[in-house]
Design a protein around this ligand. Structure first.
Ligand code: RIB
Ligand code: CA
Length: 310
């Protein structure tokens, strides 16, 4: 079994990614840490617990950072809806919040599974940065981190320069990128265009006739309309599920390479920009890997597999 730890600002696309991991046969999700981002951390924790319960699991969900390290929060309600889940107002799950804070729980999980913990980050890096400040030793104990973060040599989604997860807490992203954690950055660009689920594909998902398939589409209702109207995209963009698909089957990332990547933390114009030294002109040490291409049909087929009945 592969041990996973998921850090998430659980809104609708995060929820699908969490569901994918919980339903993947050879993955054991040791824990889920929630961070402020799309929605307030308490709301994200409810959404995560609801998703865990839908999958008939008891995976512990921990409350983490309620705001970025140094900045005021930037919320994603405009994109995901008031509850972060397409305004479906799902009921309060019976699964309680796990005792203790997310950062300590993450540190304990990594130290208890040295070399066998895959970290998947689906939100701002606040919890991970705090964990690294408290326990720098975890950087070498994490076997791999797959991060839904940034925009590699391309435009952002929350500003012309920055992707949301990095923009919300750029200082945290910089700490994580410079920590030595083996990390593959999967930018938002990989969920765009052809990688969207279009209406026909969403209709195909509905034919699975499972609670997982209906949930995946229903909770993304608000995201679908915002994605089309605001970002002029063809359908449903699922950045976190694309990253989770790569974590579950790394061959879905068909082109990747190590580079020096830095994060803008000062300029107002480009705050949160992930600056990738693609040509090596800075001569600085390559700190993370960047995903440049994905197998689009492979990503969708893996998603479908997790939404159908086992
Ligand atoms: O930019 C996309 C990211 O921001 C996704 O993780 C989405 O859930 C939001 O957190
Ligand atoms: Ca997210």
């Amino acid at each position: 079994m592969r041990n996973f730890w998921i850090d998430t600002d659980t809104a609708s696309d995060d929820a699908v990614a969490i569901l994918m991991a919980l339903r993947w046969p050879d993955v054991n999700v040791v824990g889920i840490s929630v961070v402020a981002g799309n929605v307030h951390v308490e709301k994200g924790a409810k959404n995560a617990r609801y998703t865990v319960e839908l999958c008939a699991k008891k995976t512990p969900v921990y409350l983490g950072a309620s705001q970025p390290l140094v900045r005021e929060p930037t919320w994603g309600y405009f994109f995901h809806g008031d509850d972060g889940m397409g305004n479906k107002n799902y009921p309060e799950p019976s699964l309680p919040l796990a005792e203790g804070n997310a950062v300590e729980a993450l540190i304990d999980a990594v130290r208890s599974n040295p070399g066998n913990i895959t970290l998947v980050t689906l939100g701002p890096f606040t919890n991970i940065a705090l964990a690294l400040r408290i326990a720098p030793d975890i950087a070498e104990k994490i076997s791999m981190c797959y991060a839904m973060a940034g925009a590699a040599a391309t435009l952002g989604n929350i500003t012309p320069a920055a992707e949301f997860n990095v923009y919300v807490d750029p200082e945290a992203a910089k700490i994580v990128f410079d920590s030595g954690i083996p990390l593959l950055m999967v930018g938002w660009e990989h969920c765009r265009g052809q990688a969207n689920l279009v209406e026909e594909e969403m209709a195909y998902v509905r034919t699975f006739n499972t609670p997982f398939a209906d949930f995946a589409i229903d909770c993304n209702a608000h995201a679908i309309s915002t994605n089309k109207e605001w970002l002029t995209e063809p359908g449903l963009a699922l950045p976190d599920p694309v990253t989770m698909a790569i974590a579950l089957d790394p061959s879905i990332c068909t082109k990747r390479s190590p580079h020096f990547v830095d994060v803008e933390i000062e300029s107002e114009l480009t705050l949160g920009m992930t600056v990738v030294d693609q040509l090596g002109v800075t001569k600085k040490e390559k700190n993370i890997e960047v995903c440049w291409e994905i197998d689009i049909q492979g990503w969708k087929d893996l998603l479908y597999k997790t939404l159908q009945q086992e």
